[in-house]
Design a protein around this ligand. Structure first.
Ligand code: CTP
Length: 407
């Protein structure tokens, strides 16, 4: 259980912070809400107090005998400001202390995350961008706003990301506070990365397909964490029913052949390419144009052929010697085999630089929020690491960056 301050500043997106609060509480954390006076114009004290089960103050002059501005800052594990308005970012960047929230920001020893939300012009304004740089230079995590519908009828960059996205960022920072430094340092700025995600579908006829239970969550976590660290991110997604992480470009594909084609083009531009998807290894030798009908009591025999090995194709087509190619291995070792042995053989067979090894089975890994991985390179095994998929995604990027630095 961690102690979190949820700072809320005065934007229309304040209502979305209610769901972030619920998610943090659902994960067992104790959340104290510290709204600004302007935030209370959007969501009132009663809502915050009822949802958090804790008293809610905006001013340093409430409960003065408890010296709340110092006490709160010293006792917490995370401050998450969502939404962070242009005004709040400016006040935080200039070190103002004119309400309880800005006082807490100045006294906190823990990681601080800002999730900005404002109109596009305000976000793109040089003053706001300079404030973001200042806050990052002091170690704060600033989440990239989403693109979409804004308060009025217009659309653009500046939306508060979905609470599920914000929650994933919070969990990774709480599990491993050092991820905050990587995000604040924007250590992937200038890098182009491509990540494949999800499970492909191989159609037997217009309505039936062979598929698998990959949820796409690991690919999503890799994309989200790379955006957070400043990378330009392309996601090649096969049948993932989740909203795209803000700041990513998504190519939707369906079959292994589609994915192979799209990955081949996207990887040409990429500094790092990760095959986190589960492409089908086999596809029907022929696909019927019309729905296959039952005939009498007879069964149906399928004839399958192997699909393209996308990762091996990327390794063969690599022209940039500094490009890092990463594969995943989902293994179920038999009695005579070990997970590590199977992984090492696969690393050698595929010829990639890094293999992320995990054990799969019913309800293990696929669709789960937490997972366990071991990282394999030619130099040996690192790990195992366990935690949320965002925490593990940070570990994978760390290793990919360190391999790249050694090239
Ligand atoms: N992969 C790929 N193209 C395929 C199948 C898999 O690029 N047609 C990638 C996966 O995205 C993953 C890695 O290869 O990054 C290993 O996938 P896995 O299914 O574990 O291995 P396979 O290649 O299918 O090998 P095997 O069947 O021998 O275990």
């Amino acid at each position: 259980m961690s102690r979190v301050v949820l700072g809320v500043s005065g934007g229309i997106a304040a209502y979305k912070a209610c769901e972030l609060l619920r998610r943090l509480q659902g994960a067992g954390h104790e959340v104290t809400v510290v709204p600004t006076a302007a935030a209370l114009e959007f969501v009132g004290v009663a809502t915050w107090a009822a949802l958090s089960g804790r008293p809610v103050h905006t001013s340093v002059f409430d409960d003065v005998h408890l010296v709340p501005h110092v006490k709160i800052g010293q006792e917490i594990d995370l401050v998450f400001v969502a939404p962070a308005t242009a005004d709040l970012l400016a006040r935080a960047a200039s070190g103002r202390a004119d309400d309880l929230l800005t006082n807490v920001l100045l006294t906190a020893h823990c990681p601080i995350i800002f999730a900005p939300a404002m109109h596009t012009e305000m976000w793109l304004n040089a003053a706001t961008q300079a404030n973001v740089r200042t806050l990052r230079s002091r170690g704060a995590v600033v989440v990239r706003p989403d693109v979409g519908r804004l308060t009025g009828p217009d659309a653009g960059v500046g939306r508060l990301p979905d609470p599920a996205e914000l929650f994933a960022v919070a969990v990774a920072v709480l599990e491993d506070p050092s991820t905050a430094a990587r995000a604040a340092g924007q250590d992937m700025a200038g890098l182009k990365v491509v990540v494949s995600a999800g499970g492909t579908r191989e159609h037997l006829d217009p309505v039936r397909f062979l598929g698998n239970s990959s949820s796409g969550l690991m690919g999503w976590a890799l994309a989200r964490t790379a955006v957070l660290r400043g990378a330009e991110v392309r996601l090649v997604a096969a049948n993932v029913g989740l909203p795209a992480p803000p700041g990513t470009d998504v190519d939707a594909v369906s079959s292994t052949a589609d994915m192979a084609q799209t990955m081949a083009v996207a990887a040409k531009e990429a500094d790092i390419a990760i095959m986190a998807a589960a492409p089908a290894d086999f596809t029907p030798a022929s696909s019927s144009q019309t729905k296959i009908k039952k005939s009498g009591d007879g069964g149906l025999e399928l004839s399958l052929v192997q699909t393209t090995d996308i990762l091996a194709g990327l390794v063969a087509a690599r022209t940039d010697p500094r490009q890092i190619l990463v594969g995943f291995a989902a293994e179920t070792p038999g009695a005579e085999e070990t997970l590590l042995g199977l992984g090492q053989a696969k690393l050698a067979r595929k010829g990639c630089d890094l293999l992320v090894l995990n054990e799969v089975g019913h309800n293990l890994v696929f669709g789960q929020d937490d997972s366990q991985i071991t990282l394999l390179t030619k130099q040996g095994a690192i790990g195992p690491f366990s935690g949320s998929k965002d925490t593990l995604a940070h570990q994978i990027w760390d290793e990919a960056l360190s391999l790249r630095a050694r090239r």
